[in-house]
Design a protein around this ligand. Sequence first.
Ligand SMILES: Nc1nc2c(ncn2[C@@H]2O[C@H](COP(=O)(O)OP(=O)(O)OP(=O)(O)O)[C@@H](O)[C@H]2O)c(=O)[nH]1
Ligand SMILES: C[S@@+](CC[C@H](N)C(=O)[O-])C[C@H]1O[C@@H](n2cnc3c(N)ncnc32)[C@H](O)[C@@H]1O
Ligand code: SF4
Ligand code: SF4
Length: 349
Amino acid sequence: MISPVVQQPRRTDERAVPRPGERITRDAYGRPITYLRISLTDRCNLRCVYCMPAHGMKFAPREELLTDEELLTIVRAAARIGFSRLRLTGGEPTVRPGLVELVRAMAAIPGVEDISMTTNGLLLERLAHDLAAAGLRRINISLDTLDPERYRIMTRGGRIEKVFAGIAAAEDAGLRPIKLNAVVVRGLNDHEVPALAGLTLERPWQVRFIEVMPLEGVADVHDAGLVTSAETRARIEEVFGPLEEVEAPLSDPARVFRIRGAQGTLGFISPVSEPFCAFCNRIRLTADGKLRLCLLRSDEVDIRELVRRGASEEELIERIRAAVWRKPWGHGLREGDRRTGRGMSQIGG
Ligand SMILES: Nc1nc2c(ncn2[C@@H]2O[C@H](COP(=O)(O)OP(=O)(O)OP(=O)(O)O)[C@@H](O)[C@H]2O)c(=O)[nH]1
Ligand SMILES: C[S@@+](CC[C@H](N)C(=O)[O-])C[C@H]1O[C@@H](n2cnc3c(N)ncnc32)[C@H](O)[C@@H]1O
Ligand code: SF4
Ligand code: SF4
């Protein structure tokens, strides 16, 4: 297997200016940053145990959230400097009012090539066809277990039948490839890893196993429940034999494998045991209008303030470029630095 861990290079002296002939934006380490993950809301219709504490999160007041027009203004500026991939997330993106129209407007922005979404799937049965018609290309759906009762416990109240119906609707709408995200938590769903992996035998899905990260409010779940990808993979190989590696772009957070003869693939997302920061290609936009430079560090740059005072597109571009230039090399989990400042549902994963 190719190790994605590469030593931290020196920052360059140049600002994040494109190289001659290049339209994309690079950070100070030379990484092309072309992927914007947009949190459409900090609200959610679930309370997953690895994402939120039992009492939930403090939601931002409505007036602090970006409106559709503000969001589109920021995306237009980002697309002009090479942000060609957008991922809509949350909280739960499907609870945002006017979602389909928002996707349609984003898809019409010059430079936007790929719009995808990460969702818990509960509302997809109703939305999948309209989203696909509006320009959504792909979808990743969170599913940590196949057992209805365990699903109810892990999500603090969710009904798994709605997710199955959502997956079927997404398939029917042509949203492909479908990726299923499972956060593996010891003592909760780790024994189900082989059953989840087994879904790929008959289905062309990518089932991904994610190491639980210590975001705000769930550090205890990480401390007690982390299962490394190496252990998860070993559990799968005990049942299905050696996995075959499948080539994937290095900027893909998942390392991809296949059970011999399976229709679908398996992804291992290992931010804790095998960080993939060397190939990071993304920044995030929070629902309250901050450019978040790394999932696991608190560094943020305000862009809402600029949009609200009617700044020009050039000014917005300058702010985004300056933010990208400040992007940290990677997280500090190995050094014990957990100052993430926000919970996962407030950032979007
Ligand atoms: N540490 C870290 N984890 C990430 C990053 N991007 C995604 N992840 C983790 O991977 C999980 C799944 O990500 P998704 O929202 O499905 O998106 P993705 O895997 O980047 O999407 P595609 O590769 O475009 O399908 C997230 O919830 C995070 O747990 C990242 O930049 N850093
Ligand atoms: C924050 S959710 C937002 C989108 C949507 N609500 C969903 O659940 O798919 C995005 C992803 O983050 C993952 N996630 C949440 N908390 C996590 C944690 N502590 N560690 C790793 N992944 C986590 C979820 O499983 C989900 O796949
Ligand atoms: S993982 Fe997604 S569905 Fe679950 S609580 Fe977090 S934001 Fe909501
Ligand atoms: S931890 Fe930060 S730098 Fe590393 S891959 Fe994730 S977002 Fe990128």
